[in-house]
Design a protein around this ligand. Structure first.
Ligand code: CS2
Ligand code: MG
Length: 412
């Protein structure tokens, strides 16, 4: 099974996506997601200019060897661009191997450990009535777990609030379709930590009063707090029994989580911007997190993310794979196959894609009664319609950034 063709496909139906398509000499094809939000073309070049020449003529069956070759022969290791490129090759090869074996990938990974994958959806609102409506909407869509993002009095445009007037004016669609905004430059958003820390506990109190104690609730602090602020937030949210508090503080300095852990028992999820097991060494070994947030697409594929999750399992840490709209349907399908096969599955993030995207990427995974399932089609179960993809050329888009009231750039 020799790799005969390697194509890097860029399309922008509802947002930009980068997909690697490998074709073998016996006609089998495999797809891999290489989408890095706001920096897509860097991965396109890494793949087209540096990786594709290395793949042609290789034995498609040698997944581990190809992984090690791409990681070690690059000399310059780790990082979001390299690991997204390696991830795309890895998933495409697993897709091919599962098709060659005539089985859905999860079967090749050891079979199902559960009947389906609990998923959470994104509810948000500038104020409580809108937020409550959004929670109800997600419950009607079948979600059994819900992420809560709320506006903060005094701040106009902040992360995660679907009804973002400025965004709708720019893009003409609701924010929850995509955080990256098409345009020549990134837009600036507002932030003030003290207002947020005062306001958020009141939001969770209101949500619990309205929806009761059972509903699993999640929140994404999106890397914006110092360790002591994160500790305070975790503690102030304890009465509302969160499923997790995500990215409470930037985790380049893994030690920072020790301070948070010392002050709160609110479960912590981290890792969507991590790319290798080495980003997790200390926080897993010291039991400083409860959920690994890495996505297959950004963590070296199924081969490497499985290693991270096996390491986490020794510490009873579970998966909580990143699944926003900037993970393509190919990346989502790969996550579902891995999620079904691992024992230490926790929860899967699920932001449904738009109609144009679903026309480009024909998917077989299912969503039923709050559970996702990768489906039974051989491979990962996603086909890419090249004609449809060709209708949507790449469109420059950036994630927003934050400035504090005094003009200081802050984590978005
Ligand atoms: C977020 C993402 O879904 C999440 O947990 O952190 O929406 C994130 O902002 C985007 O994926 C960035 O590209
Ligand atoms: Mg997040």
């Amino acid at each position: 099974m020799i790799i005969e063709r390697a194509e890097v496909i860029v399309t922008s139906p509802d947002r930009n996506f980068v997909t690697l398509k490998l074709t073998t000499d016996d006609g089998l094809t495999g797809l891999g997601d290489a989408t890095l939000n706001g920096r897509e073309l860097a991965v396109v070049s890494y793949l087209r200019d540096h990786v594709v020449p290395l793949l042609l003529g290789r034995d498609a069956a040698r997944i581990e060897d190809t992984w090690q070759f791409l990681y070690r022969s690059a000399y310059w290791r780790r990082g979001p661009v390299t690991m997204a490129a390696i991830a795309a090759v890895d998933v495409a090869l697993w897709d091919i191997k599962a098709k060659a074996a005539g089985m859905p990938l999860y079967q090749l990974l050891g079979g199902a450990c559960r009947s389906g994958l609990l998923a959470y959806g994104h509810a948000s609102g500038k104020e409580l009535p809108e937020l409550f409506d959004s929670v109800r909407e997600h419950q009607e869509q079948g979600f059994r777990a819900i992420r809560i993002q709320s506006g903060v009095p005094g701040l106009d445009n902040i992360y995660g609030i679907a009804s973002n007037a400025r965004f709708e004016a720019n893009a003409g669609v609701r924010y929850d379709h995509e955080p990256a905004q098409r345009g020549a430059l990134p837009t600036e958003e507002d932030w003030d930590t003290r207002s947020y820390l005062r306001h958020l506990p009141t939001v969770f109190e209101a949500v619990r009063n309205e929806f009761g104690p059972q509903l699993p609730l999640l929140h994404d602090a999106h890397h914006r707090l110092t360790p002591i602020q994160a500790a305070r937030l975790g503690r102030s949210l304890e009465p509302y029994d969160l499923f997790w508090l995500e990215d409470c503080t930037p985790a380049e300095n893994q030690e920072a989580l020790r301070l948070v852990r010392r002050h709160t028992v609110t479960p912590l999820a981290i890792g969507e911007v991590f790319n290798t097991v080495w980003d997790y060494q200390q926080i897993i070994r010291e039991q400083l997190i409860d959920y690994v947030r890495s996505a297959v697409t950004h963590t070296g594929g199924i081969t490497h993310l499985r290693r991270v999750l096996d390491f986490a399992a020794q510490y009873q840490i579970k998966s909580g794979m990143h699944g926003p709209t900037d993970i393509s349907p190919v990346g989502m399908a790969a996550a579902l196959h891995l999620g079904l096969a691992i024992h230490n599955f926790g929860i899967q993030e699920y932001m449904p894609h738009g109609a144009k995207t679903n026309a480009v990427f024909r998917q077989t995974f299912t969503w039923d009664n709050g559970l996702l399932h990768p489906g039974e089609q051989p491979g990962i179960g996603v086909d890419l319609d090249l004609d449809e993809a060709g209708k949507y050329p790449y469109a420059q888009a950036y994630l927003p950034f934050n400035r504090l009231a005094d003009g200081t750039v802050h984590d978005w």
